[in-house]
Design a protein around this ligand. Structure first.
Ligand code: ZN
Length: 200
């Protein structure tokens, strides 16, 4: 368990409410690694998508890529508040490969690729649901953060399913612009303010 460091006040409070903080931090660190790994993977993937279908998927990938980067950025301050740390680059590399979708998938085979991407986003929905369940009524800050990310992961799921032709279009018709992180952006602002305070 190299991801936990000294005790913090936030940690003590959450611990007092009956949350297994080590387990929670481990989940948050894994979630942050998965978000960054997705960002990395989508950055490469969008360059290899070709053809009309590929172009359509590329737009979705770009929007999800922006939001996943935001998810990474808002998770990190909470991990540190709870006394956790992110792994160094070597360790990140090892964990990343376990979390990335199967990159050997041929990006020309859009259907197979979509199935992989849908499976990956389903995994994210499951992870954030579990974090919400762990923290509900016990750690409000982590809970509201995880819930905001969960809302956006569900949006990602809908975008893929729409593209896949499973017709859930009406749900997201009047939705906020894709890629704008409508649920997470307020946490992003708070995270940036906090960084400025730390740097001054
Ligand atoms: Zn995400």
């Amino acid at each position: 368990m190299g991801n936990i460091m000294s005790k913090s006040m936030a940690r003590e409070l959450v611990d007092k409410n009956g949350v297994d903080v080590d387990k929670l931090v481990e989940r948050l660190v894994n979630a942050a690694i998965a978000e960054l790994a997705n960002y990395y993977y989508y950055t490469i993937l969008r360059l290899s998508l070709l053809g009309a279908e590929g172009e359509g998927l590329k737009k979705i990938i770009e929007d999800i890529r922006s939001e996943d980067r935001n998810h990474f950025e808002v998770l990190v301050p909470r991990i540190y508040e709870l006394g956790g740390v992110l792994p160094d680059v070597t360790e990140f590399n090892a964990q990343r490969s376990a979390l990335l979708p199967n990159t050997t998938i041929d990006s020309g085979n859009i259907r197979a690729l979509l199935e992989t991407l849908i499976k990956s986003v389903e995994g994210s929905v499951r992870n954030y649901t579990e974090i919400c369940n762990l923290t509900c009524g016990k750690d409000n800050r982590t809970y509201t953060l995880a819930l905001a990310i969960l809302h956006e992961e569900i949006r990602h799921q809908i975008w893929f399913l729409e593209f896949f032709g499973q017709g859930v279009g009406e749900l997201s018709e009047c939705d906020a612009p894709r890629g704008s992180s409508p649920f997470v952006s307020k946490f992003l602002q708070a995270a940036n303010n906090k960084l400025q305070v730390v740097n001054n």
